[in-house]
Design a binder for this molecule. Structure first.
Ligand SMILES: Cc1cc2nc3c(=O)[nH]c(=O)nc-3n(C[C@H](O)[C@H](O)[C@H](O)COP(=O)(O)O)c2cc1C
Length: 451
């Protein structure tokens, strides 16, 4: 298969982190991990390898604080390297863009802690510098540690964050649509630089945000960056269905995923948009070996990288609750349970899995599996085994593609590209080559036009 990605082909996205480990905190302890994570060369090497394997997109998550909710302290996080480093991703995306020519490059920026004009300008500039391959993952952020880094006492309430985010994104998209596609002339002979009637001022006046304009960055070859989102709650899904073009999901099984997928596609239709133009992809791991025995051996090595502190540190971070207040086997009180945030549906999963209304911290570790390989779906086995599982997900409408997390970097992506990609291509499930040079062309997404 060549050409655009309609329902006929999977979207393949690499889930990257501008940090000392991948999404899996133990990954930096993996014997094959390359430890030069603070160098451009590290990310450029990954970018080139992903492009060789025809990945549509490499995308970075973000968090604006170190995980320090557990015990209100960062010592264990730093000692064990539990996502202790978190660099800004725009310079890294730029470096990766300069090492590639087709790979899409996406980054997460927060609507809670940044300003719309700033985000609009950063991503529009990135999109120009890399020839129309940029994407913005819109998040509302997570916890009080992030709030503290931005001079605030506590993180805003969940639904309110999305109300603000609605306005934020309206403002960003507004700025991106203020230069007509043919506004620029740049004719030194006539002296006409741009048509003044084709550049308008936005004059955005919202409840939370104001931004006047005129915007200072013209349009890119793909119009503007692709919008990515990962809301999963009722409010988050409504937001994603309204604005998102590429949606990330956290799902624990094909069955659960099918339900999430159907609910989401219905929400997109209800928002008056074409569900075929909004792709959904779950975060997954792939552990692949030439034989099943080799794959299982690799999996054992990966699982052995986990440290005892990883899980609860990241549970405290994502729930915005200090689990250090209770011992591991002490049930949380009703008041404490109420204070546990609901991000990623983690609380519900633990209550359901343990069968307890008041689970202990150990229950949270056991039933959320946070910070371990088994937190996400794991496709493990030979190239054929892994392709079979991915094919099943794709053809039975669990998803339109995959967000591949790395068990270690860069080896996990190299294994996948060498062993699984050819098998998916042989089956006609994954494109043989890029359809064009912009991310929109390669994902089969329409280019927004401004006249
Ligand atoms: C694959 C994936 C990546 C995500 N990346 C980030 C991120 O980088 N930063 C962040 O604050 N939240 C991130 N999230 C969390 C989502 O933005 C969202 O808050 C979460 O799925 C819970 O949904 P809700 O906001 O509707 O409650 C991610 C979620 C998923 C599934």
């Amino acid at each position: 298969m060549t050409g655009t990605l309609k329902r006929g082909g999977m979207a393949m996205i690499a889930f990257l982190q501008a940090q000392n480990c991948s999404n899996l905190p133990g990954s930096w302890r993996h014997p094959a991990t390359q430890q030069d994570f603070m160098s451009a060369a590290h990310y450029q090497r990954i970018a080139r390898s992903l492009e060789e394997s025809k990945f549509h997109l490499a995308f970075f998550d973000d968090r604006l604080a170190m995980p320090d909710s557990l015990g209100g302290d960062h010592a264990e996080t730093v000692r064990h390297g539990i996502r202790a480093v978190k660099m800004d991703l725009i310079p890294i995306l730029t470096a990766m863009g300069l090492a590639t020519s087709k790979l899409g490059l996406g980054g997460t920026y927060s609507t809670t802690y940044y300003e719309p004009f700033h985000v609009a300008r950063v991503f529009a500039t990135l999109d120009l510098m890399i020839g129309g391959r940029a994407a913005w993952n819109v998040v509302t952020s997570l916890n009080d540690s992030e709030a503290a880094n931005f001079g605030q006492k506590e993180h805003l309430e969940h639904d309110l964050r999305y109300d603000r985010a609605d306005e934020f994104i309206e403002c960003v998209l507004g700025h991106w649509a203020t230069w007509a596609d043919d506004a620029l002339v740049v004719d030194p002979v006539s002296g006409l630089f741009a048509h003044p009637e084709k550049v308008r001022r936005l004059d955005f006046n919202g409840k939370w945000f104001r931004s006047r304009g005129p915007f200072t960055v013209p349009r890119s070859p793909q119009g503007h960056p692709v919008i990515m989102q990962a809301g999963q709650s009722g409010r988050g899904t409504a937001f994603a269905a309204k604005w998102g073009e590429l949606i990330f999901a956290s799902m624990k099984s094909a069955e659960a995923g099918r339900q999430i997928y159907r609910t989401f596609k219905d929400a997109v239709s209800n928002a008056g948009r074409d569900p075929n133009l909004v792709k959904m992809a779950p975060a997954v791991y792939a552990v692949v070996g030439e034989t099943r025995a080799i794959a299982e051996e690799k999996r054992a090595v990966i699982e052995a990288t986990a440290a005892p502190a990883d899980s609860l540190t990241l549970i405290a971070e994502v729930t915005n609750f200090d689990f250090g207040q209770v011992t591991l086997d002490q049930p949380l009180s009703d008041t404490q349970m109420a204070a546990v945030g609901i991000n990623l549906g983690l609380k519900e999963r633990v209550v359901k899995g343990s069968g307890k209304t008041n689970p202990t911290p150990q229950d949270f570790i056991d039933f959320s599996k946070r910070g371990t390989l088994n937190e996400s779906v794991v496709f493990c086995g030979t190239p054929k085994d892994v392709a079979d599982q991915m094919e099943d997900f794709f053809l039975t409408e669990v998803c339109d593609g995959f967000v591949l997390s790395a068990t270690h970097r860069p080896g996990a992506y190299e294994d996948f590209g060498r062993l699984v990609v050819p098998e998916l291509q042989r089956r006609g499930l994954f494109h043989q080559d890029y359809a064009g040079t912009t991310l929109r062309e390669n994902l089969g997404l329409p280019r927004p036009v401004v006249t």
